[in-house]
Design a protein around this ligand. Structure first.
Ligand SMILES: O=P(O)(O)O[C@@H]1[C@@H](OP(=O)(O)O)[C@H](OP(=O)(O)O)[C@H](O)[C@H](OP(=O)(O)O)[C@H]1OP(=O)(O)O
Ligand SMILES: Nc1ncnc2c1ncn2[C@@H]1O[C@H](COP(=O)(O)OP(=O)(O)OP(=O)(O)O)[C@@H](O)[C@H]1O
Ligand SMILES: [Zn+2]
Length: 452
């Protein structure tokens, strides 16, 4: 008999965090069906009406793009279609060992309302203002809790588990021939770095991140280590650390400017049950441990391949989008350069569909996060289904498990937004660089005139 979570069950679920689209609850009860799991519950924007945002299946054009997936066209709701997407697209690409697609659990409206009320005071206020739990969902996702350590028997071991969450963002520079000459900077500066300038300008962050995705994906241990140090200095929504499921570093509830993290000594101290080292040294060794496991897992090579399914950049893919939705191409119209993109507008439909499908898959891969959980291996621990990593600095071995989370399908209609955002990011960056150069020049002129 299928379980349907009721209002009374809400007490056993505690707020864990959230992103823009989903609310995450961790199980704190005793039912073996739920121990070690989280619930991923869809939210709905407060400014949208319930019926507009209630469960609906894919659009007609999305069915064209994703129609080859088994059961997709007949999927009665978007949630079911998205679940199929994770199972059939993202799992094979990223490796089923690293993805828990989860199972759908039925919920009553009363359960969703009870949860919404219960977690209200724990959520960041700007997230509360933006969205609430979608009361119209009839099911939610039950997924493994990657912030605690899984064990062979399914039983959670009674010791310390530390886990990191990293949102690496796009790890390569585009080389598409369709990038307009005025946007050539995209070939040499990462989208992440340029986006930082826009976020700063919009007041979404107070400081530019020191993190460079190219370091993280470089394949060089020193550069990965560098990326880890930068994440520690400016975590934003790219870096979090949990101890036994509780956040000990990084911002709760996502968002770009996280400031609610432990700093320096407190974080170092919190690691004392995990990293055997003197005060002040644990953070450094912990970063070494993460670097080592990121390296050993080979996860980034795989992720980069999926990100690189975006071969012609949004500046190319947008033209195919307009063909798929049978609308006049707004970009060609706006640019008045029809000839330049004529080759794109004349490719066979099945190829357009594949390129856009790959673009959207890549968009998921550019936005997902990875979680790596660690459990110290004691001498007596013989049996382990996990990979192990050795931390030379402290002479400790750890079991670790690496997983990807947030593998949502990106809506096809977001293509227009992606194009606009891309142009906005580049133009803001170019303007900021120009302004910085002018200031620089003025200072130089001033210095020269002072000397002479
Ligand atoms: O466009 P980006 O790179 O800002 O990515 C968005 C993320 O912003 P950030 O990583 O902070 O820059 C954004 O993250 P936050 O809400 O800022 O934590 C979302 O992940 C968004 O995806 P979706 O709309 O929830 O499906 C993300 O949108 P997608 O581009 O992945 O659709
Ligand atoms: N399986 C999991 N195990 C442990 N923690 C998780 C899991 N899934 C999500 N979380 C936590 O909840 C947070 C929000 O989850 P998620 O990224 O899935 O939300 P989202 O709304 O889809 O995000 P986005 O804003 O990127 O669209 C994550 O950053 C992570 O800290
Ligand atoms: Zn066009």
């Amino acid at each position: 008999m299928a379980v349907v979570l009721q209002a009374k069950d809400a007490i056993e679920w505690a707020y864990r965090g959230e992103g823009a689209v989903n609310l995450i609850l961790a199980y704190c009860g005793k039912s073996p069906d739920f121990v070690g799991k989280i619930l991923r519950i869809q939210k709905v924007p407060r400014n949208g009406s319930e019926s507009e945002n209630g469960p609906s299946a894919l659009t007609m054009h999305e069915c064209l793009v994703w129609g080859e997936l088994e059961g997709l066209i007949s999927a009665p709701t978007r949630e079911i279609a998205e679940h199929l997407y994770v199972q059939q697209v993202m799992c094979p690409l990223l490796g089923s060992k690293h993805v828990d697609a989860g199972i759908r659990v039925l919920v009553s409206r009363e359960f969703l309302e009870a949860v919404d009320n219960k977690v209200l005071c724990q959520r960041p206020s700007w997230r509360v203002d933006a969205a609430k739990v979608n009361p119209l969902c009839d099911s939610v996702l039950l997924v493994a809790d990657h912030s605690i350590f899984p064990h062979v028997s399914g039983i959670i071991k009674d010791d310390f588990c530390v886990s990191v969450e990293i949102k690496p963002k796009c790890g390569f520079l585009p080389i598409s021939e369709f990038i307009a000459p005025e946007n050539a900077v995209k070939r040499s500066i990462t989208r992440f770095q340029m986006h930082q300038a826009l976020k700063l300008h919009q007041g979404k962050i107070s400081q530019i991140s020191k993190y460079d995705p190219l370091d993280f994906f470089s394949g060089s241990k020193d550069r990965v280590q560098n990326a880890m140090k930068s994440l520690l200095l400016t975590p934003q929504n790219n870096f979090r650390v949990f101890l036994n499921g509780s956040l000990i570093f990084g911002g709760l509830g996502g968002g770009a400017d996280s400031t609610t993290y432990m700093v320096d000594r407190a974080f170092d101290y919190a690691l004392k049950h995990v990293i055997r080292a003197e005060d002040g040294m644990r953070t450094k060794y912990f970063l070494e441990l993460v670097t080592e496991s990121v390296f050993k897992s080979g996860l980034l090579n795989r992720l980069l391949e999926v990100q690189k399914l975006d071969i012609i950049d949004i500046e190319g893919a947008i033209h195919l989008y307009y063909d798929i939705v049978s609308q006049p191409c707004m970009v060609c119209r706006q640019k008045g350069e029809k000839e330049r993109y004529a080759s794109l507008h004349s490719i066979p439909r099945d190829q357009s569909l594949k390129i856009v499908r790959d673009y959207l898959t890549s968009a998921t891969a550019k936005d997902l996060s990875m979680m790596i959980s660690f459990n110290s291996r004691e001498n007596g621990d013989l049996e382990s289904s996990c990979s192990t990593v050795y931390l030379e600095s402290t002479n400790q071995s750890f079991d670790y498990k690496a997983s990807f989370i947030d593998l949502d399908m990106k809506p096809l209609k977001k293509m227009e937004y992606y194009y606009k955002l891309d142009q906005q990011i580049v133009s803001c960056y170019v303007q900021m660089m120009r302004a910085a150069k002018e200031v620089d020049n003025r200072e130089r002129v001033k210095e020269t005139s002072q000397i002479s």
